[in-house]
Design a protein around this ligand. Structure first.
Ligand code: AMP
Length: 274
């Protein structure tokens, strides 16, 4: 596996690689990230992955400084997953002091995470646009765990327009249903036992909706189940899968979307419904 830390190193590595696919990450890699590498490799093209903890997508009171970092461990995991190139830019490469351009986002970025984390998706879109420009992949692979993020990036790619295919990859979970996340390591053993309630509340709510219950009643039951389990929901909603607008009734395509606090950790999850 080649490792590039500067733009000249990246250009040389890309020239040697030819056409490629791409997996952007913030490191602290787990099996969910590695599933993206595996999915990207099925294209038959070499896979480039980036590791960059993007300051622009963290709010002032969020965990940028505490975000887990393990470069040596990550590089070993990428290499054994079959990644051909690791792109490890630093902040001065991604955000030179004289940079004057950022991406603004609306539409699917407006609600849910966008409302609770002002500026988050603008930061995501800006870094992803820059990474696409640097790596110039044929296709880029993103986890469905961050469903809203995929919709924001897909809309950006359509709107600008950028010539890259955005490919969603199903969420990788622990055996008890908890979606893998770099932040799960911050769950205490007691909180870790509560965390699977997120997935079971989503599944119960999907069953109720599929049985014909109205959206307001079914999602209220989901929120109640989370509270009863000891989690604090930020939102628990039935939404249009692409626009992220709330739905009053089951329609296609629909998604159940939730975020809840579990001890010090915010957990995100979503499933298809209908
Ligand atoms: P992050 O490093 O958290 O920015 O995530 C990098 C990519 O990995 C994003 O596309 C995430 O959606 C994806 N990802 C994170 N967790 C999972 C998971 N449990 N299953 C599948 N993809 C994931």
């Amino acid at each position: 596996m080649r490792i590039a830390r500067t733009l000249p190193e990246l250009r040389a590595a890309l020239a040697a690689l030819g056409a490629r696919t791409f997996v952007p990450t913030m490191g602290a890699l787990h099996e969910g990230h590695l599933a993206l590498i595996t999915a990207a490799a099925t294209s038959g093209l070499p896979v480039a992955a980036s590791i960059f903890v993007n300051p622009l997508q963290f709010g002032p009171s969020e965990d940028f400084n505490r975000y887990p970092r393990d470069e040596a461990g990550d590089l070993a995991k990428l290499a054994s997953a079959g990644c051909a190139l690791a792109w490890l830019p630093d902040v001065s490469i991604m955000y030179p002091a004289d940079a004057a351009t950022t991406i603004t986002v609306a539409g699917p970025a407006t609600r849910w995470e966008g409302e609770l984390r002002p500026g988050h998706f603008a930061g995501v879109a800006t870094v992803v646009a820059k990474l696409f420009g640097q790596v110039q992949p044929r296709a880029a692979y993103f986890g469905e765990k961050d469903w809203q993020q995929i919709q924001v990036i897909s809309r950006m790619v359509q709107d600008l327009p950028l010539s890259v295919e955005v490919v969603p990859v199903p969420t990788v979970r622990e055996p008890d249903g908890l979606a893998l996340s770099s932040r799960n390591r911050f769950l205490s053993p007691a909180d870790r036992r509560l965390a699977p309630a997120l997935q079971s509340a989503l599944r119960d709510t999907a069953r109720r909706l599929n049985a014909g219950e109205d959206a307001a009643t079914a999602t209220a039951a989901g929120r109640f189940a989370l509270n009863r389990a000891g989690l604090t929901p930020d939102y628990f909603a039935l939404v249009h899968a692409n626009s992220l607008e709330p739905l009053d009734a089951l329609a296609t395509p629909a998604r159940l979307l939730t975020a809840a606090r579990c001890g010090p950790v915010r957990l995100l999850d979503n499933i298809p419904v209908g």
